[in-house]
Design a protein. Structure first.
Length: 390
């Protein structure tokens, strides 16, 4: 567990990532851009507090710089300040992820990252659930199965029901890690797991429900495959689960049913792609605006893959796919199943939500820090060395 006597600014920043992301809802005061405070605090560390900065994954850095900085600057006239701010924010977000993904920088281990993220996420989620217990609606479970939407989806103090689903999903993921690390009392764990599950059902968020199911089945598959000693084959369990879930999502017999299951996203995604193609923006994107700003210029929904194409084009998306392949290879090579599972869940979540690389969404920051940490082979040796010195 975390030593309170050794808490420092780096620990506080990590804790604030999920805590501040929805602080503007419920009974709290609305503070629009406070979600970026942790990264602003990180700037202080980055420029003032560090004698040396360790940045592994040089290939990933080069690809990211090409698609998120060089490509936009070369192809677009950065006259719009919002466009420039979006590029700067993406760069800052990426440096933040790289900084915390190397133990030598922050001296925070994977275990501590999980604990800190869990505390920050729980403070918001559990408070909102407890203060909105009357909104628990088990009847909403039907929405998770048949896709029929209604106006009774619970928000429990969040801006939107999908935010409630997202926080609950993150809670369950971190809670499972906490249990595996033996960092949490099993009775309290069971209570938190129950509350989070009820929150997902009440929210009617199919994305949160499906990704939670994917995560739990992956963990179960890992346990079974490790017991019978099939080695690297266990990673293909997740691929099989993804295929099954996709079959469930697209089992519709008519186009109208498919639209219902996707809440109309598939239609709007096609509209966006057609718009980009017709106007010559398909390969290099319209402009690297954030989602809110981009929405003012082109028709778009919150599928990260389509948003990515709209921002930096198919070329940019291929760059991100290359980064994902490199990360996956590194984690499979080092047998880091947790990292692979997080990446698969994040990519699945990105099908219907703009979360894969989004500085304004806690799910993105939490998962990407843990994924990059898992893909950094330097960490294991230095964590072991630090523990031996203690």
């Amino acid at each position: 567990m975390i030593n309170l006597k050794k808490l420092k600014l780096e620990h506080l920043i990590i804790l604030l990532i999920p805590l501040l992301n929805q602080l503007q809802v419920g009974r709290f005061i609305s503070i629009e851009n406070i979600i970026y405070l942790p990264m602003i605090m990180f700037l202080f560390i980055f420029f003032v507090h560090r004698d040396e900065l360790f940045l592994e994954n040089k290939n990933i850095i080069l690809i990211f710089a090409s698609v998120e900085f060089v490509l936009p600057v070369v192809l677009f006239r950065i006259e719009n300040k919002n466009c420039l701010l979006a590029i700067c924010l993406n760069i800052l977000c990426f440096l933040f992820i790289l900084y915390y993904s190397d133990f030598r920088n922050s001296k925070i281990s994977f275990d501590e990252l999980v604990v800190l993220f869990f505390i920050g996420n729980s403070l918001v989620l559990i408070y909102n659930i407890i203060t909105h217990l009357q909104e628990i609606q088990l009847s909403n479970f039907s929405m998770l199965l048949d896709g029929v939407r209604n106006e009774e989806r619970s928000k429990m103090g969040f801006d939107h029901a999908n935010w409630l689903g997202m926080y609950s999903f993150v809670e369950i993921v971190l809670l499972v890690f906490m249990i595996k690390l033996r960092k949490f009392n099993r009775y309290i764990s069971a209570l938190f797991l129950l509350l989070s599950s009820l929150a997902i059902i009440s929210s009617g968020s199919r994305t949160a429900f499906i990704c939670t199911l994917l995560f739990l089945l992956s963990q179960l598959g890992r346990y079974i495959f490790s017991k019978i000693g099939l080695g690297v084959t266990q990673y293909f369990v997740q691929i099989g689960i993804v295929v099954v879930l996709l079959m469930y999502m697209f089992q519709s017999e008519s186009a109208s049913e498919l639209v219902d299951l996707s809440s109309g996203r598939d239609v709007l995604n096609k509209t966006t792609i057609d718009y980009l193609k017709y106007n010559g923006y398909l390969y290099f994107g319209y402009a690297p605006f954030n989602f809110t700003e981009l929405h003012n210029y082109i028709p778009i929904t919150d599928c990260w893959y389509v948003v990515c194409i709209a921002q930096i084009g198919i070329v940019g998306l291929l760059g991100w796919i290359s980064i994902i392949i490199i990360l996956t290879y590194k984690m499979i090579k080092s047998d880091n199943f947790n990292g692979v599972t997080l990446l698969v869940c994040l990519l699945c979540y990105g099908v219907t939500e703009n979360v894969v690389f989004n500085p304004g969404v806690s799910l993105s920051m939490v998962f990407l820090v843990l994924i990059f940490y898992s893909a950094n082979n330097m960490n294991a040796a230095y964590e072991t060395e630090e523990k031996s010195e203690c």
